[in-house]
Design a protein around this ligand. Structure first.
Ligand code: SF4
Ligand code: SF4
Length: 259
């Protein structure tokens, strides 16, 4: 049995090593940057609050695993060339759309890998899909990875409603519930969004092409219209209901602009 302190390092190495091997697999187009990780206590009171903030059907860690102890969360940024490819035009770039599909698959496979590895040490875990576990009418997830990642201390929200991490906001978030006890990460005690700090930035609002994002509001339906437009535009690909224009070519694309 590994010491508790070293288990966290071990989990982090599982994620990093898996990612570096995965992106060299035959048939994988996407490249990714360095992931970052954070850990929530499965009993954190904020999980209950997600039922009020997001939806009464938002799950608790114990709904996945009755003896859950920790929620492992991680952010996997897209490689810079993919982020840059999505700057121009109304439509999301093909690279961005393909990265969305491949990263969702990566997250599923990575979670399965972590589950298997932890199982070798007699710990249970639950694999949660990266997306499309949401209510079609309310457009709200039953498990919001970005809110769960916030609880874990992975970052803080920008006015574009995305989580800004130390490695930016242009990528995907994954999470896995386990009964392995890991010490929780301290949540940031400061804002990561320049607009929230001193009102000096509106770049994400300026980049939104259909008015879904305003400085003090976000229209979920308008945003999803744009995502569905992109899905139609890339109709030869699997479901690509993404846009991401507000996360590219902005100060928080690659890192925390406030640190
Ligand atoms: S682009 Fe600027 S205002 Fe928008 S979330 Fe990022 S830091 Fe905040
Ligand atoms: S994802 Fe696209 S449509 Fe939605 S808020 Fe961002 S820029 Fe606007």
């Amino acid at each position: 049995m590994l010491e508790v302190v070293r288990i966290k390092e071990y989990v982090e190495s599982l994620i990093k090593d898996y990612l570096s091997v995965y992106q060299n697999r035959e048939g994988i187009e996407t490249k990714w940057g360095d992931p970052c990780m954070a850990y929530a206590d499965a009993e954190d009171k904020l999980f209950e609050k997600l039922k009020d903030i997001i939806s009464s059907s938002h799950a608790l860690p114990k709904d996945f695993l009755p003896d859950s102890r920790t929620v492992i969360t991680y952010f996997i940024p897209f490689e810079k060339s993919i982020i840059k490819s999505n700057i121009k035009g109304k439509e999301s770039s093909r690279e961005w759309a393909a990265a969305y599909i491949e990263t969702n698959k990566l997250i599923h496979d990575l979670n399965q890998y972590i589950k298997n590895e932890l199982n070798k040490m007699d710990y249970d875990s639950t694999v949660i899909p990266a997306t499309h576990n949401f209510d079609d009418e309310k457009l709200i997830s039953d498990w919001s990875h970005k809110h769960v990642a916030y609880i874990a201390g992975l970052g803080n929200f920008g006015i574009h409603t995305m989580l800004i991490t130390e490695n930016g906001c242009a990528g995907r978030i994954g999470s896995i519930v386990t009964n392995l006890k890991l010490s929780p990460t301290k949540r940031p005690d400061k804002e990561y969004c320049l607009n929230k700090v001193d009102g000096s930035c509106h770049e994400c609002v300026n980049r939104c092409l259909n008015g879904a994002l305003q400085e003090s509001s976000y229209n979920r339906d308008l945003c999803y219209d744009m995502c569905l437009f992109n899905d139609q535009f890339h109709s030869d690909l699997d479901l690509t209901d993404v846009c991401g224009k507000c996360t590219v070519d902005v100060p928080c694309s690659y890192d925390n602009p406030v640190s």
